[in-house]
Every structure is written in structure tokens, then in C-alpha cells.
Design a protein around this ligand. Structure first.
Ligand code: G16
Ligand code: MG
Length: 217
């Protein structure tokens, strides 16, 4: 029996990846190198400090822990300036309608994001009250693909992993859901999210009863 849907934030509910990219790119440029959009793909679902380490490695730059923390803080300030302009219009197409359908069922809604800014973003887009449980970067110690974020979501809602379905747009996130022992619905492209049980291009036109039927198979 499916008891909960656990949603990733970035790339599933809202598109914050572009703001992460802009803020990381600014930092890289200040350090004298650039990062491509393709490189940014690999940062999706990866925690702030892990992302920073990957970027510095990419630019062949070695820094002290203190310098890294300062850079991460500056990146986050820039990121916050960018996301502070978000409104409910930034919710990805079909998400609101899908949530309305979920609320007609007994299924609970949880968030599984590694972002420490997740709650603030949900507040900005006016979705905070739609969630029965919020697991974000402030509640976990390991980023995706570690299953911690989704296992905590199941625990907080009081269900077993097999009763939860994960919605993820990132390779690391799909792996985290599978590592948690959950079925995963990939949001994006089939060839990229090939470990997901089902892949959908987005939420537009999704019919919950049909989706639940598909998940039984
Ligand atoms: C998101 C993004 C990642 C970001 C991470 C940490 O994860 O996909 O790119 O590095 O959060 O974000 P912050 O710096 O805001 O703590 P998710 O799990 O929502 O896809
Ligand atoms: Mg994501």
C-alpha cells in the first residue's frame, strides 16, 4: 500500500538549479575558471560542501577548510538573493494540480531535499503548508545518493520505506531513493534517469489513479 509521496525540491517542485548554477559560476569566475551547464548537471542533488569540493577540483584549486567555508557562505548569500525573488508562479507546471489530487487521497506528502534553504523556498512559493513532513539539509548529515534524507522522511511520517514513493529529477536522487528501498519516479529524461522505476517528463496531465495503477506493476 502506498502511504506517502516524498518529493525532491530542486527540479521537481521548483527549478532552483539555475540559481545554484549562477551563484556557483560567479564563484568559479571569481577564482579564474568557468563551469559549464553540463558540469552543473552533476551537482544536482549534491550537498553544498560536496558541490564546492567538486567545483574546486574541476578548477584545480586547493583551499583550506576555512577558505572553503567562506566561499560556501558567499555563494549561499548570492543564491539567497536570487531565490528571494521567487513567487508561487515559479512552481513547476502541474505540481499544484497534482498536490490537489493527492489531497483527495490518504497519501501523505513529504519533502526530501538536501538543501538547507528548502523551507524558505517553500515559504516563498507558498507551499509550506502542503507538506506533512519536511526533511531538508538541516536534518541530515549525508547528501544524496545516501538514502538518509528519504529514510528520515519515511520515519517522520511513520511508514516503512516500501510504503513510500520518491519523486526525483537527479541521478544522485534517484539512487538515494533506490538505496532507501523505495520505488522512484524520475522526473526528466529516461536515458539519464535509467535507474528510476517510472520516468515522467513532468507533472502536467498526471492522473493519480493511473499512476498508482502503474506503480502496482
Ligand atoms: C539541492 C540542489 C543542489 C544543492 C543542494 C544544497 O538539492 O539540487 O544543487 O547543492 O540542494 O542546497 P543548499 O546550498 O541550498 O543547502 P535537492 O535535494 O533539493 O535537489
Ligand atoms: Mg533535484
Amino acid at each position: 500500500m502506498i502511504k506517502a509521496f516524498l518529493f525532491d525540491l530542486d527540479g521537481v517542485i521548483v527549478e532552483t538549479a539555475i540559481f545554484h548554477y549562477q551563484a556557483w559560476r560567479q564563484m568559479a569566475n571569481d577564482l579564474g575558471f568557468d563551469i559549464s551547464e553540463e558540469f552543473n548537471e552533476g551537482l544536482k542533488g549534491i550537498s553544498r560542501m560536496d558541490s564546492l569540493n567538486l567545483i574546486l577540483q574541476h578548477g584545480n584549486i586547493e583551499l583550506s577548510e576555512e577558505q572553503k567555508l567562506a566561499l560556501a557562505a558567499k555563494k549561499n548569500d548570492n543564491y539567497l538573493t536570487l531565490v528571494s525573488k521567487m513567487t508561487p508562479d515559479d512552481i513547476l507546471p502541474g505540481v499544484k494540480e497534482f498536490f490537489e489530487q493527492i489531497k483527495q487521497t490518504e497519501i501523505k506528502i513529504g519533502l526530501g531535499s538536501v538543501s538547507k534553504n528548502a523551507k524558505m523556498i517553500l515559504e516563498r512559493v507558498d507551499l509550506l503548508d502542503d507538506f506533512d513532513a519536511i526533511i531538508d539539509g538541516t536534518k541530515i548529515s549525508k547528501g544524496k545518493p545516501d538514502p538518509e534524507v528519504f529514510l528520515n522522511g519515511a520515519t517522520e511520517l511513520g511508514f516503512s520505506p516500501s510504503e513510500c514513493i520518491v519523486f526525483e529529477d537527479a541521478v544522485a536522487g534517484v539512487e538515494a531513493g533506490k538505496n532507501a528501498g523505495m520505488k522512484v519516479i524520475g522526473i526528466g529524461q529516461k536515458d539519464i534517469l535509467n535507474k528510476a522505476d517510472i520516468v515522467l517528463p513532468g507533472f502536467e496531465g498526471i492522473e493519480i489513479t493511473q499512476l498508482l495503477e502503474k506503480l502496482k506493476k
